[in-house]
Design a protein around this ligand. Structure first.
Ligand code: WT7
Length: 656
């Protein structure tokens, strides 16, 4: 497909109906919505039957706002539900993970039977090190199978894992360890990135200087080489885990047993320890995984290209897919470890059928050019998913055409660390999809878009996204801070969960996410979303990526400042910067209207992103307004910020 054709498609095509063929075989049939709506709590109770309860719950929801309990008198073991019961059902030889290493040709295949033994050994080892029910265990690991094994072993003991993304700094790690008082850490000596070892253990050592309560550190040897050792505190995984018995009889725990904590950034500098419990969370992630990704455990190979250090990895690499007994790909490396077509090789070699990733990654792959996927057989793919931020229609169409071969449904899934699992999404085979829209609440989910006073907005209008009834996967709170939990999520619109996202309903009533509400701008009293302007910019043929912020302006309240990376090289761009900038400003004015014309456009070779790949708009706003930068510990590359601030200074001269 040519670029011109792609543009024409974007003009003409507003919606893609599901194919009859897909609809016929889909796990979710249209009646699912009415069934769930008739009695959502009862519907979720039937979904809970997918777990291996040792005591089936008689209770479903107990709701004392903002505190929810789901299936509270039920008893189960999360790790048993994910692994052992598949082996007991005779599926021990089924592949759980095709683990693909950073280096090409390296990797390891792990069956459910092998996973059961590994988890049992790890559970025995953790017990020997002193881990008991309710203890917090920090997991600071690269994308290696031991990370999954560690998580499952921790929850098997009724303990709580707090996985900290391995890209976080020592300081970020120590603040998370301290906040939830973790007494154990599981880590690795290092990780591989494009063939180069990058050490992890030194960050743990540094972090632990301020964490006196940590009793034991279990270290996987991944990269080899010298490691500073703290006798009596540090233990090699291969010494302690591998000599354990590969049998472990597990106890059952109540449904509301806390399973994990996941830190996420809020509006203040201090990250929030979002915690999740067992029965409701597992029900939610397995049900959404089955229906949204239409998984057929017999034949599908799912690849969630995310890191275990984020909620996406927890819900759709570990818990949801394992409960559903599917085969997955788990990948250690970067998208271009071994070349810019590495992803496409992985898909072809492993016959991946379902691919789930983030818009930012899709745009990166798009930027590299479609000749990279084109050389590979991607015909095994039958469904694509996206998550993490609003996807611009151009990236959506590229994903559909070049990766999905024009035939795969795309599910744009909206959710948050706090929601545990997906809440707003199309259902493949049922929902007609639109490039850029997350479409409809999942069955059993009640969502609304409200105005400032909490009243529902009509079709064609925008407002705040709220969830109006409790759902099983919802966070049970901020660890150690119930007040902040209530205040952040349940106070803005009493009785409703405030997601912090702007959204609109289109004329058909379908939901489009517009980005965080703190990113909604007010220009001379006109409300504009940063996303809208970004979409416009990215729609220009020379733009690769754009981030837009509302900077305060004496005359107009806020004014638009856009940070733009071009498809051409930085050198080429610097030749005719002024022309490009003027053209882009006019382009935005043309697409949205003169009110949306950015006051300033800053060309930059890269945008500052969090380690999970989200553009740091808050930080760009600070740069745009020359404020101090605050906490940049979640940034991928802090030098990008300084570089952009530098560009701002030089750009000030050329301002009109
Ligand atoms: C925020 C939550 C959910 C796993 C990854 C992110 C944004 C997420 C979408 C989507 C538009 C989305 C929202 C949300 N977001 N998915 N499909 N369309 N925006 O988890 O780090 O907790 O971030 O990501 O703004 O509030 P998270």
């Amino acid at each position: 497909m040519t670029e011109a054709k792609l543009e024409a498609w974007l003009e003409e095509t507003r919606s893609f109906a599901p194919s009859a063929e897909f609809s016929k075989q889909a796990n979710a049939q249209p009646s699912i919505y009415a069934d769930a709506a008739a009695d959502p709590v009862a519907w979720w109770r039937t979904q809970a039957d997918r777990l291996a309860w040792t005591t089936a719950p008689t209770k479903s929801l107990e709701w004392d706002l903002p505190n929810a309990k789901w299936f509270s008198d039920g008893m189960l073991n999360a790790s048993y539900t994910c692994v052992d019961r598949h082996v007991e059902a005779g599926n021990g030889d089924k592949v759980a993970y095709h683990w693909v290493a950073d280096a090409e040709g390296e990797g390891r295949t792990i069956t459910y039977g092998e996973l059961q033994k590994l988890v049992a050994q790890a559970a025995n080892a953790l017990t020997e090190l002193g881990v008991k029910e309710g203890d917090r265990v920090a997991v600071y690991m690269p994308m290696i199978p031991e990370a999954v094994v560690a998580m499952l072993a921790v929850v098997r003991l009724g303990a709580i894992h707090s996985v900290v993304f391995a890209g976080f700094s020592a300081e970020a790690l120590s603040s998370r360890i301290l906040d939830s008082d973790c007494q154990f850490v599981v880590t690795a000596d290092g990780a591989f990135r494009r063939g180069t070892p990058s050490p992890l253990k030194p960050a743990v050592d540094e972090a632990l200087e301020s964490c006196p309560n940590v009793k034991a550190v279990l270290v996987v040897r991944r990269t080899g080489g010298e490691v500073k050792w703290n006798e009596g505190r540090d233990y090699w995984w291969h010494d302690v885990v591998e000599r354990q018995s590969d049998e472990h009889t597990c106890k059952s725990f109540p449904s509301e047993q806390t399973m994990f904590i996941m830190y996420t950034s809020g509006t203040t500098a201090k990250p929030k320890g979002i915690y999740h419990t067992t029965g409701g969370y597992l029900t939610h992630v397995s049900a959404t995984h089955e229906y949204i990704f239409d998984v057929k455990p017999e034949t599908d190979v799912c690849w969630t290209a995310a890191d275990i250090g984020w909620i996406t990895g927890h819900s759709y690499i570990v818990y949801g897919p394992l409960i559903n007994g599917v085969t997955q790909v788990m990948y250690e490396g970067l998208p271009d470890s071994g070349g810019k077509d590495r992803w496409w090789k992985i898909i072809a070699e492993n016959k991946v059928t379902i691919l789930y990733t983030a818009p930012t990654t899709i745009r990166t792959l798009m930027k590299w050019g479609h000749e990279w996927p084109q050389g590979h057989d991607l015909s095994s793919l039958r469904l694509l998913g996206t998550v993490g931020e609003p996807i611009n229609p151009e990236a959506w169409m590229w994903y559909r055409e070049y990766i999905g071969g024009g035939k795969c449904p795309i599910v744009d899934t909206w959710w948050q660390t706090e929601t545990g699992g997906i809440l707003i999404t199309p259902l493949p085979g049922i929902t007609a999809t639109k490039p850029g829209a997350a479409m409809t609440p999942f069955p059993g989910i009640d969502a609304d878009i409200v105005d400032n006073d909490g009243n529902s907005v009509g079709n064609g209008e925008g407002g705040y996204l709220v969830i109006t009834a409790p759902w099983p996967g919802m966070t049970r709170g901020i660890y150690g801070d119930p007040e902040r939990f209530k205040e952040t999520y349940w106070s803005r619109f009493p009785g409703k969960y405030f997601a912090g996202d702007g959204a609109k309903r289109d004329d058909d009533g379908d939901i489009w996410l517009l980005g965080r509400i703190d990113d909604v701008m007010n220009i001379s009293g006109h409300r504009l979303s940063t996303t809208e302007v970004e979409h416009a910019l990215v729609g220009h043929p020379s733009v690769a990526e754009a981030a837009v912020v509302g900077a305060s302006d004496e005359t107009t309240g806020q004014a638009i400042v856009a940070f733009v990376t071009l498809k051409m090289s930085a050198e080429d761009a610097s030749e005719d910067q002024v022309i490009v900038i003027e053209e882009l400003r006019n382009h935005v004015a043309k697409v949205i209207g003169p009110i949306a014309k950015p006051r300033q456009i800053i060309l930059t070779p890269e945008l500052p992103k969090t380690r999970s790949g989200k553009i740091m708009r808050r930080l760009l706003r600070d740069v745009a307004e020359n404020r101090s930068l605050g906490d940049v510990t979640t940034l991928m590359d802090p030098t990008v910020v300084n570089m952009i601030a530098g560009l701002m200074d030089s750009d000030a001269d050329s301002e009109e």
